[in-house]
Design a protein around this ligand. Structure first.
Ligand code: SF4
Ligand code: MG
Length: 373
């Protein structure tokens, strides 16, 4: 079997011919696109010996991203399942250098790691070469607590990739709801009862969307699922590292323990989540959004995905209808499903336009004054 080598066009440091000064630039790494399973690197850089649950898709995310990035990679990971289960006392499945960081520090530790490498290279303490800096964080650590740090990371000029692995709960502390838990799901924070059948009433936070539209200098943001479509996640990791600069990927990770299903169905649930459209797959590169699975047509009913999980066992017909309606609305009415919730027919109004409209219609101003009074 021929496994193509990863090509790297490395130029981390350049010497200015006129001044003799060394300048560091954001460089790109030309990773080859993986077109078939035969081209997936055989080398394992996240090995056996960890203690994640059987069927854990987040463990697949770890294994896949470091396979895609290769051995010249350093990893930082914030507290969560992928920290706790991967670091039993004095053991680790990581072959590449790995560092633990605080729960909300996924973004800031990536900044520190990338900036530290840059400084060491500038000072000649280590060889000048392309080293991939990848930070991972969970949905609580990255999507809720650490969002500010990730936002800061995406405003730097450093080469780093943040991967948010989303199992839709704080899984390592016994399945508490987060801002990214699906509407209606049972968690230890949101147990269904006689008075209130639905305790998780929030719609899933659109983290990748808000990072994509809010950070114009970030050149690559994507959503992904390690289970489906095949090779998609591996290639998105390579694409992010090739584009360079600060980049972000949000992965959708079925979790047998938290979602309450038999571990053998992890891949199937990942695929159903994508095919039902409840988790849109897309990538934004240099401001252009493309769908890597287009669920605008031929969506699988979301009930097929929900009914296979014990966390939704308390839902009744009207709940399934509500969730289906929300998914349909996103795909049928949003300007960019899963990214921008403006209706296509509406043109956003600028602050200046809103001000001039108020000036032309004094009654509008009087009305608001009355309300204040
Ligand atoms: Fe993986 Fe879920 Fe188990 Fe955590 S609780 S190790 S995310 S399957
Ligand atoms: Mg989680």
């Amino acid at each position: 079997m021929t496994v193509p080598e990863v090509k790297e066009s490395v130029e981390m440091a350049v010497q200015d011919a006129a001044t003799g000064q060394t300048k560091l630039t954001t460089t790109t790494t030309d990773f080859q696109r993986i077109r078939s399973v035969r081209q997936i690197p055989l080398e394992e850089l996240y090995t056996s010996g960890h203690r994640t649950c059987q069927g854990c898709e987040s463990a697949m995310v770890m294994r896949d991203f470091v396979k895609a990035s290769g051995p010249r990679t350093v990893v930082t990971g914030s507290t969560g399942c992928m920290y706790v289960a991967n670091t039993s006392y004095m053991t680790t499945p990581w072959i590449v250098p790995w560092m633990h960081t605080q729960l909300g520090a996924g973004g800031s530790s990536a900044i520190g790691m990338a900036a530290g490498l840059r400084a060491l290279m500038r000072k000649g303490k280590i060889a000048k070469e392309k080293i991939n800096v990848i930070s991972f964080c969970g949905d609580l650590g990255g999507g809720d607590m650490g969002l500010g740090g990730i936002s800061s990371a995406l405003q730097t000029d450093l080469d780093l990739l943040v991967i948010l692995y989303d199992n839709e709960s704080a899984a390592n502390t016994d399945i508490q709801a987060t801002g990214m838990t699906t509407y209606g799901a049972q968690t230890t924070f949101t147990p269904p009862g006689k008075e209130h059948r639905i305790m998780q009433r929030r719609w899933k936070k659109n983290v990748a969307g808000m990072l994509a539209v809010g950070h114009p200098t970030c050149r690559y943001v994507a959503t992904a699922c390690a289970a489906f479509p095949p090779l998609d996640f591996l290639n998105k990791v390579r694409r992010a590292l090739s584009v360079g600069g600060p980049t972000f990927i949000h992965s959708f990770d079925p979790c047998p323990k938290g979602w309450d299903y038999h571990p053998r169905y992890s891949h199937e649930l990942g695929e159903l989540g994508i095919r039902s459209g409840i988790f849109p797959l897309w990538e934004m590169e240099n401001g252009k959004v493309t769908y890597t699975f287009d669920a605008r047509k031929n969506r699988v009913p979301v009930r097929e995905y929900l009914e296979k999980q014990g966390r939704f066992a308390h839902l009744i017909d009207e709940d399934y209808d509500y969730i289906q309606g929300m998914v349909d609305k996103m795909w049928d009415e949003w300007a960019i499903p899963g990214v921008i919730p403006f209706l296509p027919a509406q043109t956003p109004v600028t602050v200046a336009q809103a001000g001039s409209a108020a000036a032309e219609d004094p009654a509008a101003g009087e009305g608001s004054a009355d309300e204040e009074a």
